[in-house]
Design a protein around this ligand. Sequence first.
Ligand SMILES: Nc1nc2c([nH]c(=O)n2[C@@H]2O[C@H](COP(=O)(O)OP(=O)(O)OP(=O)(O)O)[C@@H](O)[C@H]2O)c(=O)[nH]1
Length: 116
Amino acid sequence: MSTRSRGKSVYYFPGGKREAGETDVEVLCREIKEELDVEIDRDSAIYIGTFEAHAHGHDAEVLLQMRCYEANFSGTLTASSEIDCFEWMRYRDRERTSEVDQKIFDFLWERALIDM
Ligand SMILES: Nc1nc2c([nH]c(=O)n2[C@@H]2O[C@H](COP(=O)(O)OP(=O)(O)OP(=O)(O)O)[C@@H](O)[C@H]2O)c(=O)[nH]1
């Protein structure tokens, strides 16, 4: 599932930057709550992998390292004020996402975890 932030042209996976002292799962829970108003079940969080690419919307030398998790959640997905919209995507939507997300789409596709 991908989100489009206000003012951005491509879709991102929900998430965001770490604040001082936060663990990965704390960032995950905070960002998902802020963006989509649902509660992550922190005990269900499973590390998927780390992906690197240029950070969308930043100068070419700015690289992004994204640590990815899958997790269960409870509540009703609701786009917050930071988000224009969210969308469940398939592999064919890959080009609508950022560079790092395209690597993650490929990772999911190679493991048959996403539909065409
Ligand atoms: N959350 C997220 N960020 C991404 C993705 N792909 C991608 O290039 N980014 C880059 O990572 C930055 C950090 O995301 P963020 O959600 O914490 O953004 P932010 O508004 O706090 O910071 P910003 O000022 O860098 O935009 C994005 O602005 C963008 O440059 C993605 O799939 N998810």
